[in-house]
Design a binder for this molecule. Structure first.
Ligand code: GLN
Length: 311
């Protein structure tokens, strides 16, 4: 039985869950393989929920910028689909990988076609598409994200970008392997540069929740009603997020939370409830699969209390 009934007092619900989860022991660990990410205060914790009626709620550190890392793969995917449509699926598949985000294992067997656009290899192919299609991909990607978030104050963090560039040996291996299978059109370093910029995007919980509202709203911006992507593209992005957004823990997230959701190693998670809201949680301590430990717990409690799962 849900504990709350429509219309929900979202502020009260997230306050209650925030307090409950703040008191839980958290033995996750902050990502350290990108040295610049280690600098974050591990105890940061914020939650923000925005509805398609443009009401926004938040608690804790929800107005502080953090490194969104792989959550940004959803933005590049959306922009690439807008630019080249279904042709994208010839170069990247839509199957869950069941492997960690940076695994190279399947890529050689599957002849340089990544399993899906949300693992590193898939996002690298998507970056390659953006470089082929756009005059100034870094600038245009940033403008696209600013538009979705209705906020011009969103930027790349160049220190994080630089740190990843210096330690990104595995990502370089992915692009080179795909290039050997003719699935990368542009220069390897140019693809990596766009990918690292994308990963270094910094946003607050409320900016992220706002920017994901198009996926709750059939591809339309909730604040202007502008159709950014088709309803069908939005449906497909949600399906990809649901099945692939947590890598080898996508089943667990669907099982516990019951919503399409995307995580990043910066400790952010954003989830979408169609026709109603997008919700972001940020807590940098990660579980062994690289997903925010508190983030998963908050969302599990939230969808249970509000009975707002898609299932
Ligand atoms: N920038 C990270 C990487 O390429 C992104 C990983 C993630 O957030 N899961 O390794």
């Amino acid at each position: 039985m849900p504990l709350y009934f429509w219309p929900m007092n979202y502020q009260k619900i997230i306050n209650g869950i925030f307090k409950e989860v703040s008191e839980c022991k958290d033995n996750g660990i902050v990502a350290s393989y990108i040295p610049a990410l280690k600098k974050v205060n591990p105890n940061k914790f914020g939650v923000s929920l925005c509805t398609i009626k443009n009401d926004c709620f938040g608690v804790g550190d929800f107005e502080e910028k953090f490194s969104i890392q792989s959550i940004s793969k959803v933005f590049t995917l959306t922009l690439a689909l807008k630019l080249i449509g279904v042709k994208l699926w010839k170069r990247v598949d839509v199957e869950p990988s069941g492997d960690p985000f940076n695994s190279l294992v399947q890529l050689e067997f599957e002849k340089g076609i990544p399993r899906n656009p949300l693992i590193n290899s898939g996002a690298l192919v998507v970056c390659d598409v953006l470089i082929s299609e756009l005059k100034n991909p870094k600038k245009e990607l940033l403008q696209f994200v600013q538009k979705l978030a209705n906020n011009k104050n969103i930027n790349y963090n160049l220190e994080v970008m630089q740190s990843e560039t210096e330690h990104g040996f595995k990502n370089a291996a992915h692009v080179n392997l795909m290039k050997s299978f003719n699935n990368i059109e542009n220069d390897v370093d140019e693809v990596l540069d766009l990918y690292y910029h994308m990963c270094s995007l910094e946003m607050t919980c409320s900016e992220l929740a706002t920017s994901f509202l198009i996926f709750s709203n059939g591809g339309k911006l909730s604040y202007t009603n502008e159709q950014i992507i088709t309803r069908s593209a939005s449906k497909r992005i949600n399906a990809t997020i649901l099945t692939c957004g947590f890598y080898d823990e996508s089943g667990e997230f669907a099982f516990r939370v019951g919503l399409p959701g995307k995580s990043g190693v910066g400790g952010g998670i954003v989830a979408i409830y169609p026709n109603e809201y997008a919700i972001t949680v940020w807590s940098p301590k990660l579980n062994k699969n690289g997903n925010s430990l508190k983030g998963m717990t908050v969302l599990e409690k939230f969808t249970t209390k509000t009975a707002s799962s898609i299932f």
